[in-house]
Ligand binder design. Sequence first.
Ligand SMILES: Cc1ncc(C[n+]2csc(CCOP(=O)(O)OP(=O)(O)O)c2C)c(N)n1
Ligand SMILES: [Mg+2]
Length: 695
Amino acid sequence: MNTVVRTDLDQLCVNTIRTLSMDAVQAANSGHPGAPMALAPVAYCLWQQFLRFDPQDPVWPNRDLFVLSAGHASMLLYSLLHLTGVKAVSKDYEALGEPSVPLDAVKKFRQLDSRCPGHPEYRWTSGVETTTGPLGQGLANSVGMALAGRWQAAHYLRPGFEDLINFNVYALCGDGCMMEGISAEAASLAGHLKLSNLCWIYDNNHITIEGNTALTFTDDVATRFIGHGWNVTRVGDANDLEMLARAFRTFLATRDRPTLIIVDTHIAYGAPNKQDTSGAHGEPLGEDEVRLSKRHYGWPEDAKFLVPDGVYDHFRDGMAKRGKELRDAWFARVKEYRAKYPELADEFYRLHHRQLPEGWDKNLPSFPADAKGMATRDASGKLLNAIARNVPWMMGGSADLGPSCKTRLTFDGAGEFSAENYGGRNLHFGIREHAMGAVLNGMALVKVRVFGSTFLIFSDYAKPAIRLGALMELPVIYVFTHDSIGVGEDGPTHQPVEQVSALRAIPGLIVLRPGDAAETAEAWQVVMKLHHQPAALILTRQAVPVIDRVKYASASGTSRGAYILTDAADQKPDVLLLATGSEVSLALEACERLRADGVKARVVSMPSWELFDDQPMEYRDLVLPPAVRARVSIEQASTFGWSKYVGDTGQSIGMRTFGASAPLKQLMQKFGFTVENVVEAAREQIRLARRRAER
Ligand SMILES: Cc1ncc(C[n+]2csc(CCOP(=O)(O)OP(=O)(O)O)c2C)c(N)n1
Ligand SMILES: [Mg+2]
């Protein structure tokens, strides 16, 4: 059989998605064919009939968003991006004219530099709205997108322009997403916030990698979501386009809560030996099974990457035509809006281009020297409030620790975001750190400026999302407070040890642990200017001295990651003391003690390794002269990684065990964060260096 059996165009398009996916996985000899084969009609129905998306302009701000949370089914998305002719977009959000996913890219699925990598990657393939693969993340991203959509509508819409921001968010997920805890956090939050612009579609195929879900997952998913406050509907046959359309219409008609559509599917639908088996999950079907499946679809068995006549046209005349009309009409409306509300329109433009408003840094507090000092979390709270007041589209919140992390926006009009007030800028994530991270990513993907906070120790609970934010290059700001054993009596469960190292190990994440209030002010200005990098501010619970900037160097060196805070009189130090955060003032004290004894010491404040590593070599060598090998680092965290700066002969004063529950002073003694200990380490370093020089 070598010709396509003529069925209706809908079926032809569905089968094209299926066969493209099968062929790509087979050619790569790697990937997941089963889910695309099963979900082709679901995705087809949604895209062709409902999704408001213009392939010519895949970044049009009011487009509907499609999230493939089951990222392993990436070929489903690539097939759609290819068949609908989605155009590539530049870094500056300009359409380039060339296709995002040419057929050649599909043929090179999973190969180096192909626009079709193993899992969908935002930023790399235009039309991919978020990076997915780690299951459940996409679902929580979609909640952030829907939430940010509601905020944008509440903030920007004016009478007569109610339809300007009304995009919907669709997320497609599988059993894996449903099992991951993050989906429960995200669903709970979305239900609570009544996000009726959110629709999840559950690929209920009863199969995961190890076999049937009878092994692991017998939840009554419908009941669970009803419990979360969702509208739940069901489609008993994934191949029934009419039933699917009805379900989507039900979603569109539901105005008071999110919708879950449970679709009963058959993984690898049409593959005679692999359908309904986990064998169709993580490996190619095999040439023979591909052929047999094609036969089942009425497809030419030997054709590969075949797009039959009429398929491109059908998408062009359906989804693409509708999308373009909607998009053009929207831009016409924006023109009218701009004429009437130029300031709001300007804001909206800046928001969508990740720009800051004029005067975003006006009226920032400054912090005079103060030996008694101030916790860096307190300084941060003041700065955040001053900045957010100047940046109308900046918002965020905490996983129930806002009062402790000082991330509440307290100025007039900031407001509380809730189902009754979508215009509020204080978000309340509840005790859901993991979802918070992924929701922040989703919000950043629709371009609002976001921050989130919790105790540093609980950054672990958000880590998978922080990592994906870094991978996606999203400018999410994390405020992590209670940053060390300095939290004292709460004890080792709440005292971070390895968290800073772990965050520093994430490529692209800017970690900043400022040493006092003034460095905190500089740090906030650094992170606000980041457009494509997430950042983590690591802040103290306890007061630390506000350093005398007349006696010592200005905090402006913070933006270079590390700077000389005080130096030997002849600028030829015998020993370098490197410190971050609360240990900077300890280093200064030790330095003064050493100086009183005639020892030439230099203190380097080192709030950010990443920023410092980015400096030219001349600057790095100026701050840390290679010839000076007597070096001591002081940081109340794991010493992991410090050898990069102190060298293999230097000493790191840090944490090598978990902490303990006790008042702060006792902990400092116990773990060696005392002036005496730093002085002794410095002297020992100098002794060792001299001995080496003599050899
Ligand atoms: C957080 C996370 N854990 C594990 C995996 C590895 N993994 C990829 S797909 C999959 C099974 C998913 O099953 P399901 O969502 O039902 O997809 P289906 O096999 O039905 O397509 C697993 C365990 C992953 N991608 N992410
Ligand atoms: Mg499954």
